[in-house]
Design a protein around this ligand. Structure first.
Ligand code: MGD
Ligand code: MGD
Ligand code: SF4
Ligand code: MO
Length: 666
């Protein structure tokens, strides 16, 4: 409980998708009890929620004149945007526009962004956060109904077995880890960590499975086979809630556990014991991160949960450990090219009719392009783009290519807090208010919808993205953008998005809710769990998908060392943070290369050479090396996953790049 003036308004931490509540008491940031931080705790990042937004903010609009970005009035800047967009539409139609954003922004801002795209006549709207958890979220949507965590984090306390795959929540989602995962383990739950690199989460694990990169799907598939072989299938669940079990079982074939274990480089005994533990448990939950974002792995993990009846009950299900603060809400609000608000497909007639009733015009029925495809088409089919709160110039893949594409546009408009790699290419830069400076709602990684209240003022002439998008909408489209406030936009969202139907902006001010809320009963225990009675699929059942484990294995590591990447940052690295940029290499691999701990190394593949310092450690298995995402970026841009490692001259890195040394721990 807070110890000071309970009067100061509370808001939601702008950093990660855990969604902790906080306030600023005039002196410093203080945590406030919230659904995601029940005892009001914040991690080290949250405590500095204001430092990052104070940094070198943009205070006035900028427009490009004679090659240079120069200050301009809002009127001049918005005129330039409106004229530019109208020219492009006149010449080439609305599909020559792209709208990218905005996982840092509110639900209402995301709603207005996709509404602007769609009322102008294009579904070319996407948000970058889909890059981190795209395949997992897509698999969940295709097979269960929604691209979202199935259960509330809090009910992990009822879980018997937690499988954490390709994630490091102890460092990346520390408050959620401490309030949900750690207590579950203390109460006796078994934590299985599936990760080729030992990290902070591994320390709490009962079993560490460190598969060779690229073999996660194979490992999950053999677990399914073992569960079937052990007779641990939940027959009633499979019969009543699923389809396609027989084909699924046939696809598992007869697993040679020892051979699979050898391919994956894991101990066969560990695989057998994990399968037995999962099969015996009453409640199993899977938590997935950026390390396993592949359809084949998601399919196999979902197969394991379906086989054992671990969906639709407390303590079960899939938790997607999303990254950016409103990644979930951006998708819920429809900032995706193939789904309308509320996750309805763009060709769903009823959903399009609902939108026509609100907007006066129905959205196009054919899907738009993804962010990746849109950026590729910049300068060709796509002539102008509005980027809200994203930095596409810093890419997982090939930043140079993105920079060239940005320059190829006729008009690039970016709304930003401060100058970024992307604003450097913009024709119009609009200064935005930061999360702690604005009102609205956001939706965290377990679907909790919370109110933001401004707890600081934007600098200079900076304005909330909401006001900017509304004004652009009024000028480019008309009356459909007459929302005076986020409250009005939220009300419209609840009318068009069935998942948000029973939420009210004012009621959320009193108490946050998880979607889909049911009626007015805020204490309805069903609130937290999706699919308690049926799946949100056409027939209400979840299909098993046959697995092709061998098809997913590639033997890249035979040619060199397999590069594992972690510590991905969502762009909220505060000054003074330092994190490990060393290359972690196993002692055996170090020995054959005559490398000692602390030696300079060159990490080389066709794409790039990165020089750094060796950290010789058994935190990785032989054949695998580990590198921080920022350091690894040039090596993996083209999608390559193998590297050669050799001694180098002098270590340019003595142990840190930006990032944080021990995650967000206070
Ligand atoms: N090299 C490398 N590449 C990476 C990663 C990595 O670790 N290394 N991480 C990957 C991952 S996991 C992610 S999620 C993505 C993140 O990719 P992005 O979301 O594109 O990047 P960020 O830098 O988080 O944020 C973009 C910008 O949003 C601005 N911003 C914040 N709040 C607001 C707001 O309210 N309004 C507006 N208009 N702007 C705002 C910030 O100033 C920031 O410049 O990057 C991916 N790419
Ligand atoms: N403090 C802090 N917290 C953050 C962020 C931040 O910048 N700072 N960013 C936020 C964002 S945007 C995101 S997306 C999340 C990311 O959160 P996480 O997904 O937990 O990100 P990482 O720390 O990169 O952990 C990914 C793990 O996957 C493992 N891995 C890599 N390849 C494989 C593989 O093939 N198989 C398996 N099984 N594992 C593999 C890596 O070893 C690593 O341990 O964090 C969020 N939280
Ligand atoms: S875990 Fe930390 S960064 Fe994430 S919302 Fe909570 S305080 Fe903010
Ligand atoms: Mo992310």
């Amino acid at each position: 409980m807070s110890d000071d003036g309970a009067e100061s308004p509370t808001t939601v931490c702008p950093f990660c998708a855990v969604g902790c509540r906080l306030t600023h008491d005039g002196v410093r940031v203080r945590g406030r009890e919230g659904p995601a931080n029940p005892n009001g705790r914040l991690c080290r990042k949250g405590v500095r929620a204001f430092d990052a937004v104070d940094d070198e903010r943009l205070t006035e609009p900028l427009v490009r004149r004679d090659g240079r970005l120069v200050p301009a009035s809002w009127e001049t800047a918005l005129d330039r945007v409106v004229d530019g967009f109208e020219d492009v539409m006149d010449d080439q139609g609305a599909d020559a526009l792209a709208f990218l954003g905005a996982p840092h922004c509110t639900n209402e801002e995301n709603y207005l962004l996709q509404k602007l795209a769609r009322t102008l006549g294009t579904n070319n709207v996407d948000n970058r956060a889909r890059l981190c958890h795209a395949e997992t979220a897509r698999t969940l949507a295709d097979r269960l109904g929604y691209p979202a965590s199935t259960n509330a984090l809090a009910d992990l306390r009822e879980t018997d077995v937690l499988v954490v795959a390709g994630a490091n929540p102890a460092a990346r989602h520390p408050v959620a880890f401490d309030s949900a995962v750690r207590p579950a383990v203390t109460d006796g739950a078994t934590l299985v960590h599936v990760d080729p690199h030992e990290n902070e989460t591994t320390r709490l694990a009962d079993r560490h499975v460190a598969p060779r990169p690229g073999t996660d799907a194979l490992v999950a598939t053999v677990l399914c086979s073992l569960v079937v072989g052990n007779g641990d299938v939940d027959r009633a669940f499979v019969r009543e809630r699923t389809t396609g079990f027989e084909r699924f079982r046939a696809s598992l074939r007869d697993p040679d556990v020892d051979a699979v274990a050898a391919t994956a480089g894991v101990d066969p005994g560990t695989l057998r014991s994990v399968a037995a533990t999962v099969g015996d448990a009453d409640r199993v939950a899977v938590l997935t991160g950026t390390g396993v974002d592949e359809t084949a792995t998601a399919d196999a993990l979902l197969g394991l949960l379906l086989l054992t009846g671990n969906l639709g009950r407390p303590g079960t299900g899939v938790h997607v450990l999303r990254g950016l603060s409103n990644e979930q809400g951006a998708t819920d609000a429809g900032c995706v090219p193939d789904r309308l608000p509320g996750h309805r497909p763009v060709d769903d007639d009823a959903a399009r009719e609902r939108l026509r009733a609100e907007w006066g015009v129905a959205p196009p029925a054919t899907p738009g392009d993804t962010e990746h495809d849109l950026v590729s088409a910049f300068g060709d089919e796509v002539r102008a783009a509005l980027v809200v709160g994203e930095n596409p110039a810093v890419a997982k893949r090939d930043a140079d290519r993105v920079a060239r594409r940005l320059d190829a546009l006729d008009l690039l408009v970016v709304t930003e807090l401060s100058r970024s790699e992307t604003t450097a290419h913009a024709d119009v830069v609009l200064p935005a208010a930061a999360g702690v400076e604005k009102a609205g709602t956001t939706t965290n990684l377990d679907r909790q919808v919370q109110r933001l209240r401004p707890v600081a003022d934007p600098p200079g002439e900076a304005r909330p993205d909401f006001a900017v998008l509304r004004d652009l909408g009024r000028r480019l489209v008309g009356d459909a953008f007459d929302h005076a406030t986020p409250r009005a936009a939220f009300a419209e969202l609840t009318r068009v998005a069935p998942t948000y139907a029973d939420l009210s902006y004012d009621a959320l001010g009193e108490r946050s809710r998880r979607w889909p809320a049911r009626g007015d009963d805020a204490d309805d225990p069903g609130d937290g769990i999706l699919y308690a009675e049926s799946f949100a699929t056409d027939d209400g059942r979840a299909p098993f998908v046959p697995l092709d484990p061998e098809g997913t294995v590639d033997d890249g590591e035979r040619d060199g060392l397999r590069l594992v990447v972690g510590d991905r940052a969502g762009g909220f690295v505060a000054d003074g943070d330092a994190s490990d940029c060393r290359l972690t290499v196993h002692p055996d691999d170090a020995a054959v290369r005559s490398l000692d701990d602390g030696d300079a190394v060159a990490v080389v593949n066709d794409a790039a050479t990165v020089e750094t310092t060796a950290r010789v450690s058994t935190a990785v298995r032989p054949g695998v090396v580990y590198l921080h995402a920022d350091a690894a970026d040039p090596l993996v841009r083209g999608g390559e996953t193998t590297v050669a490692v050799r001694p180098a001259e002098a270590p340019p890195c003595r142990g840190s790049v930006h990032g944080d040394p021990d995650g967000g721990r206070p």
